[in-house]
Ligand binder design. Structure first.
Ligand code: DMJ
Length: 613
């Protein structure tokens, strides 16, 4: 046996070497005790200290591993079984059991190929006589500088033009879309990029208006000025046409107001005011809940042809825009009308803050037993609770309270986990709460972004963990398709023994160039600083480039499940330019150009200022 004090003397430190005879002895517990008593006070203290440090490290590691679980549990005791040792944030792991993806190892060289091809195609268009859109690096720089000086207010928004390769690639995509729209559908609502013609919906030049502020963000001066001139000379609201109140508000009213804020050009406010006035007839119902449709010429509102009811998300997703109009014009009538709607909906009975998706304009009541969802017709009700609270300087308490309660409802009643990989998803509640459907729309993927914005503004930190997990699932709905594009609807497996976390049905496997997942990636990147979100966005962008880009623009596709049979639908949605490309561009920023303490983005990604009350 070694003598410890000798050992200390000879080596200058304490040895805790254990002799083999000691381990073999039957009386080793007595020996341990004897040896312990023989130790000096210094030796004992050192051993105490070492043991304490080891225990502390073990406790700390354990706490870190379970942080996510604890945070989520704080607001969601009932349902979120998380595997022990669950790590956050996740990287995109190939080890998850599922089909391989085509783009999960995208390399920069491939990215460059896509970008070069994009630039080539843009050049083709220019060569075919589109002289005023020639992409000449130097002159463009000059244009961007001019623009910065003349059109952008430096009040928490400062757009410097593309700063890196990724932002340049997105700008190039925008220009490709825009040039083709300009060439084949100018002044019309939608471009049909395959047949190289157009489609009319409300006949309001929707693509132009939805794109105005994106051009400001990207520093595309000439394009913006031409669009502004079109608004000045050609945008008329007097045609005898029924429009959807919600869609016209978020895209046209929101687009015009945002363009006004960013450019200071009065024409946008004048047009917004005229449009606001023409839409006011939609609120002439017995209850004050607006009808879904309004005729811009007669100014009268009515229910849609297919239903007696309005959609809940639609009547509650017009408030940011109408309030902004009141604040800008000094006329309170717009804000009075939409505040009344919010207040009426606030007073209706709800299950843990969750709302059914239909509401009647005359009775002012929800259609009982209608679906509760974070997808179509439910989604932006929740988004606008938070954003209205922020828009009014956090002064309207019931908006905050309703939002918080609703998020508790989401986390306790709508969130579940998949088998085999324990992914978080949000399903739907049917039949007045009796049924749960494990179905999530791509539309529901706005929620992680909204929850992250909430946490930035004081909502419970557990919401951020929840948001990050959900965003990961949303990302996987893209990443696990061979096109790297998400289907419109995914179904999730929760049964023991399932081998796939989710799947999509043939009729739901279309991708409409939607922005929601990318929008959430931007908020999460903005709020956490985690660049993984940028990389995920870049991978999605490669899918968009590869499978939706055609010579005549970008097209929605019918089938994300087969790269050689995507079945293009021949339509370029306006939100592709208004939201999807804008969020991608913002996501790839090296430094954020939007101050989220001063600005909100409406549900169509148009800028609205935050007021102090
Ligand atoms: C957009 O018009 C808006 O984001 C809306 O809130 C939901 N649907 C589309 C985009 O998918």
């Amino acid at each position: 046996m070694h003598n410890l004090s000798e050992n200390m003397k000879s080596k200058g430190h304490i040895s805790l070497e254990v002799p083999s005879s000691y381990l073999e002895s039957p009386t080793r517990s007595i020996n341990i005790w004897r040896r312990w008593n023989k130790l000096s006070r210094l030796q004992k203290s050192t051993i105490y200290l070492l043991v304490t440090i080891i225990i502390f490290i073990l406790i700390f590691t354990h706490q870190q591993e379970n942080k996510t679980l604890h945070n989520i549990k704080a607001s969601n005791e009932k349902i979120l079984p998380i595997e022990p040792g669950h790590k956050w944030p996740p990287q995109f792991q190939k080890s998850l059991q599922d089909e391989p993806t085509v783009l999960d190892e995208a390399k920069l060289s491939q990215d460059n190929e896509v970008q070069n091809a994009a630039e080539e195609e843009d050049k083709d268009i220019d060569d075919k006589g589109e002289q005023d859109f020639v992409d000449d690096g130097d002159s463009n720089q000059a244009k961007e500088d001019d623009f910065e000086a003349s059109a952008v207010k430096d009040i928490g928004l400062k757009f410097n033009g593309a700063q890196n390769e990724r932002q340049r690639a997105v700008t190039s995509a925008f220009k490709h879309a825009w040039q083709n729209y300009r060439k084949y559908a100018w002044g019309k609502d939608h471009l049909k990029p395959l047949s190289k013609t157009f489609e009319t919906w409300f006949d309001l030049g929707l693509t132009i208006i939805d794109s105005l502020d994106t051009m400001i963000v990207m520093g595309l001066t000439e394009e913006f000025e031409e669009a502004r001139d079109w608004v000045k000379q050609n945008l008329l609201f007097s045609t005898n046409k029924d429009v959807n109140l919600f869609e016209t508000t978020i895209r046209v009213l929101g687009g015009l107001l945002s363009a006004y804020h960013l450019s200071d050009e009065k024409i946008f406010l004048d047009k917004a005011t005229e449009l606001g006035d023409r839409m006011m007839g939609a609120f002439d119902s017995i209850s004050g809940i607006p009808f879904s449709d309004v005729n811009l010429q007669s100014r009268s509102g009515h229910a849609p042809k297919w239903s007696p009811d309005s959609s809940t998300s639609e009547v509650t997703t017009i408030q940011l825009e109408f309030r902004d109009l009141s604040r800008l014009t000094g006329n309170s009538k717009y804000e009075d009308a939409i505040s009344k709607v919010s207040s009426l909906v606030h007073k209706l009975e709800k299950d843990t803050g969750l709302v059914p998706i239909f509401i009647n304009a005359n009775t002012g009541k929800f259609r009982s037993h209608s679906t509760i969802t974070m997808g179509a017709r439910g989604d932006s009700y929740y988004e606008y609770l938070l954003k209205q609270w922020l828009q009014t300087g956090k002064t309207i308490d019931y908006l905050k309270e309703d939002y918080e309660l609703a998020m508790t409802g989401v986390m306790t009643k709508m969130a579940k986990r998949t088998v085999p990989n324990n992914l978080l998803f949000i399903g739907e509640i049917l039949a007045g709460g009796k049924e749960f459907k494990p179905k999530m729309d791509e539309l529901a993927c706005f929620l992680p972004g909204t929850m992250a914005l909430g946490v930035k503004n004081g909502m419970p930190p557990g919401h951020l963990d929840f948001a990050q997990e959900l965003a990961y699932t949303c990302f996987l709905t893209f990443a696990r398709q061979p096109t790297f594009l998400a289907p419109e609807i995914s179904y999730f497996n929760t049964a023991r023994g399932s081998t796939k976390d989710f799947f999509c049905k043939p009729n739901d496997s279309h991708y409409l160039l939607r922005p929601e997942t990318i929008e959430s990636l931007w908020y999460l990147y903005y709020i956490t600083g985690n660049k993984t979100y940028q990389d995920w966005g870049w991978q999605i962008f490669q899918g968009i480039e590869k499978y939706t880009r055609v010579a005549g623009g970008y097209t929605t596709i019918s089938n994300v499940r087969n790269p050689i049979d995507t079945r293009p639908k021949d339509k370029m949605e306006t939100f592709f330019l208004g939201e999807t490309l804008k969020y991608l561009y913002l996501l790839f920023a090296d430094q954020h150009e939007v101050d989220l303490d001063k600005w909100l983005l409406n549900t169509e990604a148009h800028f609205m200022p935050i007021y102090s009350d």
